[in-house]
Design a protein around this ligand. Structure first.
Ligand SMILES: NC(=O)C1=CN([C@@H]2O[C@H](COP(=O)(O)OP(=O)(O)OC[C@H]3O[C@@H](n4cnc5c(N)ncnc54)[C@H](OP(=O)(O)O)[C@@H]3O)[C@@H](O)[C@H]2O)C=CC1
Ligand SMILES: O=C(O)[C@@H]1CCC=N1
Length: 289
């Protein structure tokens, strides 16, 4: 084992990519105090305004010159890969020459496999592949985690602490990270989509936008907490809302007539399949590069 990983609070963490997902994790880490802002550096490709924004919001360090980027990468204990899949192969190729054997790579990139990361860096590189979601920014993230073969206990603990600090973290076999993407990685967007539809219909039926929004938000929040706090199955909780021949039954039958359950199954299958496609595209680009 090469890595000499320390604890989360004492590790230098470098975010390679400074977009939505990087910000969600940074905000969670800083707000919860799990990692001191002074130990976190962020950098991106070209958007200097974005780096200034993150520095001002969270007090993290922003590497806004090539020299600062190289220094941040060189001195980091943990490098979080947080660019889009299409940028991953070239970013890893650029990173590889200066990477030290003990530096831990933590990827949040959809589809990108541990094998591809190691193929582009080093076969022995310690790697944690994750699929988080943007709710990490408020400490309510849901992250799936897989470890590279032989990853040491300290590195595993650090990764679990990192994502545990911003929500729940579930260790899964790597092949299941695509299913995690379908459930929780992309999941917030399905719920927002449903909320958009509920708000729009409330407004179309005469509610003010504010009232429709407030009632929808509280309904989704209440429903999620009912499942969480009662421990009952969603199907059982749904049964309790649904009076025979009542309003809910009329609504649910309409949703079923429109194939909403099949639509969710198809959408989530397609989501997982897309994660696989994105991962294969990175691997192919790496082979050509
Ligand atoms: N958004 C989400 O809900 C989730 C996203 N993910 C994964 O997170 C990753 C990032 O997604 P997201 O945050 O939404 O994307 P964004 O487009 O918001 O951010 C991407 C960031 O990567 C930077 N970047 C791209 N290429 C390079 C490079 N060569 N060197 C340095 N920085 C680079 C961009 O910089 P610049 O702006 O300067 O080009 C930008 O800061 C994706 O791989 C996605 O699969 C995973 C789970 C959930
Ligand atoms: O849409 C995407 O590809 C990323 C991965 C999971 C959520 N957002």
């Amino acid at each position: 084992m090469h890595e000499t990983t320390g604890t989360l609070a004492h590790s230098k963490i470098c975010f390679y990519g400074a977009g939505s997902m990087a910000e969600a994790i940074v905000r969670g880490l800083v707000d919860t105090g799990a990692a001191p802002a002074g130990n976190i550096t962020v950098f991106n490709r070209s958007n200097a305004g974005r780096l200034a924004e993150l520095r001002a919001r969270y007090g993290v360090l922003a590497a806004d010159s090539e020299a600062a980027r190289q220094d941040a990468l060189l001195t980091a204990d943990v490098i979080v890969l947080a660019m889009k899949p299409k940028d991953a192969a070239s970013a890893l190729e650029a990173l590889a020459p200066a990477l030290r054997a003990e530096q831990l790579l933590v990827s949040v990139i959809a589809g990108l496999s541990i094998d591809t990361i190691r193929g582009l860096t080093s076969e022995k590189q310690p790697v944690v592949r994750t699929m988080p979601n943007t709710s990490s920014s408020i400490g309510l993230g849901a992250t799936g985690i897989s470890f590279s073969e032989g990853l040491g206990d300290d590195a595993q603990r650090l990764a679990l602490d990192m994502f545990g600090a911003v929500g729940i973290a579930q260790v899964v076999e790597e092949r299941l990270l695509e299913a995690v993407t379908a459930v929780s990685g992309s999941g917030p967007a399905y719920i927002y989509f449903v909320m958009e539809a509920m708000i729009a219909s409330g407004v179309a039926q005469g509610l003010t936008p504010e009232a429709a929004r407030e009632l929808t938000v509280q309904t989704v929040r209440g429903a999620a907490d009912m499942v969480r706090l009662t421990g009952e199955q969603p199907s059982e909780l749904r049964r309790k809302v649904t009076s025979p021949n009542g309003t809910t039954q009329a609504a649910i039958e309409t949703l079923q007539r429109h194939g909403v359950d099949e639509a969710f199954e198809a959408a989530m299958r397609r989501c997982a399949e897309r994660a696989g496609e994105l991962g294969r595209a990175i691997a192919e680009e790496a082979l050509q590069g």
